[in-house]
Design a protein around this ligand. Structure first.
Ligand code: ADP
Length: 822
């Protein structure tokens, strides 16, 4: 393979640095030898080969000493001070080279050479007949080496300057050495000057090789050290390419020198052999490349097959997971629905109800996990599509707060939301997915916090006229997350430590889904946390704004700060006194019933705002709940008056009731000074939630049948009322029910003989439907029995019919007692 392993790659890089060090050490050694040779008059030390030109001491040897030192310090692990020293040495070399040129230009004779060795140089000049000076090519090569060492870190357009200078220096050095090898004096020196010494040429080769290799990650060295095919080829070819012509040249040079071959033959042979050798090398490498390419094609095919297999398997897994969770969710919903019914069954004993409660909660948890799995599999299969519809962020946040309020107050935690602006725009996006993101973060925050509280801060920053950036910060004062886990908690199935699951439950999917959703929406999520102090999850999301009013999915309340008092600061609801201002009689009756269900019995009811204001002046109420539109004085005026009276003093909570689910109406209620809003028809759970902001509420017990206790009423209109727009509509439906049931009852009477009778069964079925609409359980059960009477005797059927008729008449009486429509 033409790929180098990681380990080998490291070794090669280390090898490069070692080469540079060896070069540096040799250059230093040679320069010291020469200086020593001059000092002790040792000719061998001065010129390596006795009788050949000696290296100049004060210029050349000194400059090499400085070069060697610079190269050596550059090869050491990086330290600023060492690098300065290296550059200083480089500057010294430049000075020495410049000395040479200046002396030549001005005809002077100064420099370290003359300062240190004047006497010895003069003496040698007398013997040799010429003065030992630095050769011009040596001076030029030093100029380049000095520049290379000073500018070692400078790179212009991907080219390292030091490498350019080093290559030219290397060329000069090699010219000298080869000249000596081939006995060609013309190559060594410029005529009229003393030629470059052999050891000088060798030192230039070493020095410039050192400069090229001292940083394995740069330029040519990086190519030679590279892991890829380029590096492999370069390492294999280079030594042969350098050595082969050298050896061939030397051999033929010798052959010619000794008279074995004449000049032309030697030269021709040299050229031809070089051509063959180079072609051979090229073919050798080309074959290797070809083989490598074939292997890579094969590998690519295998890889593609493996990737396709893995993708298919992954898609199958995701599809299976999605199908499975979808399939599991259907029975799960039935289990939840039925367990809830079971839980609310009055005939259940206390123990059994508790068990039903446990089953309900477990099934609910299981459904959450299934939903997580379904989402993950959809995300992974790329099946998750985001919606783009107008929505209100406050509505979503309030829903989350409403859902989490009970748990956080049970734990004694405060739960609050702050907005940086009172005027949040409507946004365009996927409200259910945004709800999911916030819910995941807030439920985690509540889950992992035992003391203190959880706060959501919403910062809305306009980015352009139609765009905003929303920053959501969910902060808690909980257990915190260790620094090394801050990224991994966003991975699938990841939890800070396994004990988390044991202590707090959870699957480790929530944050993964959250991150996916945030990223799909073009946003980002980060977390900051301090162990033991708490965490802040920060989500920033870009949105387009809209003037379109979103459809209000569920009654929610716009609040600048939606907060719940911790449980220990709330008064028990049984002890509170409430004032209800409401002009509709049916609604009054209904509200009274709801309050009674919540164990509130101290209620004063008035018909309009004026009466409410008077009652407020006379009595002290813990809460006022008022309709918005009433004769004489509206709920808005009432609130303004009360707030004026209070004048910043004791603040009585006022809750508005409105049939208008629009956000703007709620905003108006709150702007007037009301504390909260419920929509009509009032949903019992919602009323309970709103009241739980100020009072401690024990979940209402289902009524017990019990011996001699209160009899269940014949009808329960709660469900019907919840669907009606107003009382007229309710009355209308009741009239329809009576007219239809009268007719049905007559059909049953006519068919109350024995044996199978289809008309009887169908009539019973129809009456049963009507009975369940108005919550007439007894009539419904009787009709159910009637439906099953296929083989009944005349006596049986008539006895049952008598019971049905009696139950129906009772209901009619009950319905007649209702107040007339307004
Ligand atoms: P789950 O809560 O189901 O375990 P998540 O993906 O929602 O899964 O969270 C992953 C883990 O991140 C949690 O198990 C918990 O260890 C850590 N974590 C998340 N939110 C918080 C938080 N607010 N405070 C402390 N730890 C947290």
């Amino acid at each position: 393979m033409l790929i180098t392993s990681d380990r080998l790659h490291k070794n090669i890089a280390a090898c490069c640095i070692n080469v540079a060090r060896i070069c540096a050490a040799l250059v230093i050694a040679v320069s010291l030898l020469v200086i020593g040779g001059w000092h002790f008059d040792n000719a061998a030390f001065k010129s390596v080969i006795p009788g050949m030109t000696a290296m100049n001491p004060g210029g050349t040897a000194l400059a090499f000493l400085l070069s060697g030192l610079a190269l050596w310090v550059y090869s050491l692990p990086e330290k600023a001070r060492l690098r300065h020293f290296g550059r200083l040495c480089g500057a010294g070399i430049l000075l020495i080279a410049l000395c040479y040129f200046i002396n030549n230009l001005l005809g002077t004779d100064w420099g370290p050479d003359q300062m240190l060795y004047r006497e010895k140089l003069d003496r040698e000049a007398l013997i040799l007949g010429h003065v030992n000076r630095m050769a011009p090519n040596t001076a030029f090569a030093f100029l380049l080496a000095g520049l290379a060492l000073v500018l070692i870190d400078i790179k212009i357009r991907k080219i390292w300057l030091a490498h350019v200078f080093a290559l030219i220096g290397l060329f000069i050095g090699m010219l000298t050495v080869i000249g000596y090898t081939y006995h060609s004096l013309a190559l060594i020196g410029v005529e009229a000057f003393i030629p470059m010494a052999l050891n000088t040429g060798l030192c230039f080769i070493l020095l410039n090789c050192g400069i090229l290799f001292v940083y394995p990650g740069r330029g040519l060295a990086s190519l030679i050290c590279s892991k890829g095919p380029g590096g492999v080829h370069a390492r294999r070819l280079l030594p042969v390419l350098v050595l082969l012509p050298l050896l061939l040249g030397w051999a033929f040079g010798m052959a010619q020198h000794t008279g074995l071959l004449d000049e032309i033959t030697a030269f021709s042979l040299f050229v031809v052999l070089n051509m063959f050798a180079m072609t051979g090398l090229a073919l050798w490498r080309a074959t290797a490349l070809e083989r490598n390419d074939q292997m890579q094609s094969l590998n690519r095919l295998e890889l593609k097959k493996a990737r396709d297999d893995a993708e298919n398997a992954n898609a199958a897994k995701s599809e299976f997971l999605a199908n499975m969770s979808r399939e599991l969710r259907t029975p799960m919903n039935s289990i939840l629905g039925l367990t809830r019914l079971l839980y609310e069954d009055e005939d259940l004993s206390e123990g059994h109800r508790d068990m039903a409660g446990v089953v309900y909660r477990s099934a609910d948890n299981l459904l959450d996990i299934l939903n997580d799995l379904l989402d993950i599999s959809k995300i992974e299969a790329g099946e998750l599509r985001l919606e783009s519809i107008p929505f209100s962020l406050e509505e979503i946040i309030n829903n989350v707060l409403d859902t989490m309020a009970a748990l956080s107050s049970q734990k004694g935690l405060s739960l609050a939301c702050k907005y940086n602006t009172g005027d949040m725009p409507y946004l365009i996006g996927d409200p259910s997915r945004i709800g999911r993101i916030i819910m995941n973060l807030v439920s985690n925050a509540v889950k992992f916090t035992d003391r203190g509280g959880v706060t959501i801060s919403v910062i809305c920053e306009p980015a352009s006229p139609d765009d905003v950036t929303i920053e959501l910060r969910v902060s808690d004062t909980g257990i915190g997350i260790p620094g090394d886990k801050l990224t991994s908690i966003f991975d699938k199935f990841s939890q800070v430590d396994p004990s988390t699951t044991r202590r707090f439950g959870g699957t480790g999917l929530g944050l993964n889904i959250t991150r996916h959703l945030v990223e799909m929406m073009g946003g980002q999520i980060i977390v900051e946390s301090e162990l033991g102090k708490g965490s802040v999850f920060i989500v920033s999301l870009p949105f387009k704004t809209t003037d379109l009013r979103p459809v209000i999915v569920k009654q929610t309340i716009h609040r600048d700060s939606h907060s719940f008092l911790p449980e220990n600061e709330r008064r028990p609801v049984e002890t509170v006194r409430i004032l209800l201002a409401e002009d509709h009689l049916l609604s009054q009756a209904f509200m009274k019933k709801l309050f009674k269900r919540l164990k509130i019995s101290d209620i004063d009811i008035v018909d309009n705002g004026r009466m409410a204001l008077e009652a407020h002046k006379k009595n002290t109420y813990d809460l006022i709940i008022t309709d918005c539109h009433m004769p004489e004085m509206s709920g808005f005026e009432l609130t303004k008056n009360i707030r004026n009276l209070e004048d910043g003093g004791h603040h009585v909570p006022i809750v508005a009731m409105t049939a208008d689910a629009m956000i703007k109406t709620r905003e108006r209620c709150l702007a007037t000074g009301m504390d909260d809003v419920v929509t009509k028809p009032v949903n019992p759970d919602e009323l309970e939630l709103v009241l739980s902001r100020w009072f401690k509420i024990v979940a209402p017990e289902p009524k017990r049948k019990g011996k001699g206790k209160e009899q269940k009423p014949a009808i329960d209109l709660t469900a019907l009322i919840a669907f009606m727009e107003n009382e007229n509509e309710l009355q209308y439906y009741i009239r329809v029910f009576i007219a239809q049931s009268d007719e049905t009852l007559e059909i049953m009477r006519a068919n109350s003989g024995g044996g199978e009778n289809r008309a009887w069964t169908e009539a019973a079925h129809k009456l049963k439907g009507g009975a369940s609409m108005i919550g007439a359980d007894r009539l419904k059960n009787l009709c159910e029995r009637a439906q099953d009477m296929n083989a009944a005797t005349v006596a049986d059927r008539q006895a049952l019919f008598a019971e049905i008729e009696q139950a129906y008449n009772e209901i009619k009486e009950n319905l007649a007692e209702l107040p007339p429509p307004a």
